[in-house]
Write a protein that binds this ligand. Structure first.
Ligand code: 5GP
Ligand code: ZN
Length: 177
């Protein structure tokens, strides 16, 4: 199809980071990856979506899925991967040339946590954790107070020991003189 992006990629009219190609299918990295590894397996034949598929396509679809494991492993996905096929408007399909997304790699949250640990160190991270715990407790106390009829018991704050000590010392000095 002349105005189809993936047909143009298949013909080499639009550049792509191809990772595999044979006579019927090809695979290339998604231009906007949503995972550390994100590529698509695509038939060379223009098929709009799963809504255009019938039994005449079973060999082609089987070929795409049968190749997924091999390609995923070639991209370092040795512990599994997600496969997504978006279909039609309701399926949020953006490009109307059938394709299977393969996604995997370390979870972004784990990567962020590792970077934070490298930048701040584990001590700072523990302090951040306890600060957050205090904030959550304060929020919970506030919610309890707001929802009960009688005023909630105020949470006992740690006393200012240093201030008291100074007061006692000052009184001692006064009684001496
Ligand atoms: P869909 O929502 O149709 O399942 O996903 C289409 C995917 O194609 C999107 O993730 C989008 O980032 C990707 N895409 C769109 N245009 C291009 C392109 O020109 N090159 C590459 N490599 N990917 C594209
Ligand atoms: Zn196409």
């Amino acid at each position: 199809m002349s105005d189809c992006i993936f047909c143009k990629i298949a013909h080499g009219d639009i550049p792509s980071k191809k990772i595999y190609e044979d006579e019927e299918i090809f695979a290339f990295h998604d231009i906007n990856p949503i995972a550390p590894v994100h590529f698509m397996i695509v038939p060379k034949l223009h098929v709009g979506s799963l809504m255009d598929v019938d039994m005449s396509h079973q060999m082609l679809l089987g070929r795409i899925l049968a190749k997924a494991n091999d390609l995923a492993k070639s991209q370092g996905l040795n512990e599994g991967f997600r496969t997504i096929i978006n279909t039609g408007r309701i399926g949020h399909q953006e490009v109307y040339h059938l394709h299977v997304h393969i996604l995997g790699g370390p979870e972004p949250l784990v990567i962020v946590l590792v970077i934070v640990m490298l930048v701040f160190g584990t001590k700072k991270l523990r302090n951040m954790g306890s600060d957050l715990g205090g904030a959550v407790k304060g929020f919970k106390d506030g919610m309890k107070e707001a929802s009960s009829d009688k005023p909630a018991e105020k949470s006992v704050e740690p006393q200012q020991v240093t201030g008291q000590t100074i007061d006692v010392e000052a009184r001692r000095e006064q009684t001496k003189s």
